[in-house]
Design a protein. Structure first.
Length: 158
């Protein structure tokens, strides 16, 4: 049983689909239910059910609720994929302090919240945590690109 944060879109939608294609029961969470429903429909069309639960990784209470619903339905949690991310594709000099704070809240605090909510269930089954971080760096002469998603992923050791 796997829970994938950020599973409604992007890389983690693909991770959720790949896990399901290999027979893993999958739950996906992100803030937008409509994206989750579309992803869950695609997974179902490939022959595996997916539980789609709206939740915000920035909220520990949301992550406790999501993990509780997953364990309540499936009886266990074996894999947590922390993939929910926020990023702004811009140069560091163009990233506002508020934008950087948003990234830290989602990527770093969100990873902590999901991991903290899931840790007891994962330990009970010797489960695993996969922290996903994706950054794109384009060299710019004399200008530093903003890649704040990478440092938060290295800030937590689970």
């Amino acid at each position: 049983m796997a829970l994938v944060t950020g599973g409604g879109s992007g890389i983690c939608r693909g991770i959720a689909s790949a896990l399901a294609a290999h027979g893993c029961r999958v739950a996906i969470t992100s803030r937008r239910q409509e994206r989750l429903d579309a992803a869950a429909s695609d997974i179902a069309a490939a022959g595996q059910d997916a539980l789609a639960l709206a939740g915000d990784v920035r909220s520990f209470a949301d992550m406790e609720r999501v993990v509780g619903e997953v364990v309540g339905r499936f009886g266990a949690l074996d894999i947590l994929v922390n993939g929910a991310a926020g990023n702004f594709v811009c140069l560091a000099e163009e990233l506002s302090p508020n934008g950087f704070g948003t990234i830290v809240d989602i990527d770093l605090k969100g990873t902590f919240n999901a991991s903290r909510a899931a840790v007891a269930h994962l330990r009970a089954r010797r489960g695993v945590v996969l922290n996903v971080s994706a950054s794109s760096v384009t060299p710019c002469s004399g200008r530093a690109p903003a890649v704040p998603a990478s440092p938060p992923s290295g800030s937590l050791r689970t």
